[in-house]
Design a protein around this ligand. Structure first.
Ligand SMILES: *Cc1c(COP(=O)(O)O)cnc(C)c1O
Length: 382
């Protein structure tokens, strides 16, 4: 058994990342300023997108996006139930109705096929998820959304660096990335909305800072721009330069992170191929590059006497941390009580929700760490 505890995720923070943050702390300008602008520009260059607005979280980005698209009472928004709660909470908080799409049983990705039957006259927006860092099949979704005049936003919180049919996630349309510490790069907390819709980004930029018509660059060059006026009531969702500089330093390391994650994921896949009770996710062919934010496996509960929760507990006793991404949103207390979904509507979501767990995967892990996880799994199952 391992001597030390292996968490399921841990950010890789180098000495140079720390020095970069130090430099901002000593500079006299720590909130939104030049590092924020630089981060937005570098993300655009990396992803090949036209524009980007950095924010305090991806959740903030989703909130402002729903505001900018005027989503509210009477509107329906289609998104998988197998997602992080933030998206669905915000749809509800905006007064709109979340409509849950199912996922493919083995890739855990949603699709145009699963979403199309859910479209009604009230559908205003579709939010697919690039689950675990795999790419959702966007092209059929783009065609579907365009043909019905419905907005489409890629929840790419897991998927910076992922490639879909050779194109980088976020390079077209509108996508949201997260920089929470468990994502592929971190800014402490943070998120960004990338889009080729300049008007949409202008609205988000205004809403992120009280609805004042100034951006970070204005404020940097003109102090706090005391003459700025409220154009529309807005929020306080800007990204600080302390965060942005960490994001910049991490972005420069992203390629090496993904290479390492791929190496570790390949090792898991090789070793787990001979463990019949553990079912890793299948990677669809359209994912021409997986960014491996999460390594999600399913416990085949038909073959073992353990429940998933017991399995996670047994691994913890052996110093192996695991995560749960995600407990299906429609199975959480508020949604069960307020928006019950008819039984059998989301079969693949429910099947996975009961069986998934995320194994340790982060850039500073070693191949030996992967081997120790698989040994512990074999011991638990024996
Ligand atoms: C992490 C995550 C978010 C939210 O990101 P934050 O930056 O924490 O707000 C949204 N969607 C998915 C699928 C996520 O995993």
């Amino acid at each position: 058994m391992r001597k030390d505890f292996l968490p399921f995720s841990r950010p890789s923070l180098s000495e140079s990342d720390i020095l970069a943050v130090n430099e901002v702390l000593r500079s006299g300008w720590i909130t939104t300023g030049p590092k924020n602008s630089q981060f937005e520009a570098d993300i655009c260059t990396y992803c090949g997108c036209d524009g980007a607005v950095a924010l305090s979280s991806a959740t903030a980005g989703m909130h402002l996006l729903l505001m900018a698209l005027n989503i509210g009472q009477g509107d329906e928004v289609i998104t998988p139930s197998m997602t992080w709660v933030s998206t669905v909470n915000l749809i509800v908080l905006m007064g709109a109705k979340p409509v849950f799409a199912d996922i493919d049983k083995d890739s855990m990705l949603t699709s145009a096929e699963l979403i199309e039957p859910l479209i009604t006259d009230r559908t205003r927006l579709i939010i697919p998820v690039d689950f675990a860092g795999a790419a959702v099949d966007m092209e059929p979704l783009r065609t579907l959304a365009a043909s019905r005049s419905i907005a489409l936003v890629d929840d790419a919180a897991h998927a910076i660096g992922t490639q879909y049919n050779g194109e980088k996630t976020g390079c077209r349309g509108t996508a949201i990335f997260s920089f929470h510490p468990i994502k592929n790069i971190t800014s402490g907390e943070g998120g960004i909305v990338c889009s080729d819709d300049a008007e949409l980004l202008r609205t988000i930029r205004t809403l992120r800072f009280h609805g004042l018509g100034v951006d970070a660059h204005d404020r940097q060059q003109q102090g706090r721009n005391p003459q700025a006026e409220v154009l529309v009531p807005g929020f306080k969702y800007n990204m600080t330069d302390i965060s942005a500089v960490l994001g910049l330093a991490q972005l420069a390391r992203l390629e090496s992170f993904i290479e390492k994650r791929t190496l570790l994921a390949d090792r898991y896949r090789e070793l787990l191929a001979e463990v019949d009770e553990i079912l890793p996710l299948q990677v669809p062919a359209v994912t021409t590059r997986h960014s491996w934010n999460l390594f999600v496996v399913r416990l085949d509960t038909d073959r073992v006497r353990l429940t998933r929760d017991q399995f996670m507990e047994e691994l913890k006793k052996r110093n192996i941390g695991t995560g749960l991404h995600f407990r299906a949103v429609h199975r959480q207390k508020y949604y069960l009580q307020n928006m019950p979904v008819a039984p059998g509507t989301l079969p693949a979501t429910e099947w996975n929700s009961d069986r998934i767990c995320s194994l340790p995967l982060f850039p500073d892990m070693t191949i030996d760490d992967v081997d120790s996880v698989v040994s512990a799994i074999k011991e638990v199952l024996s």
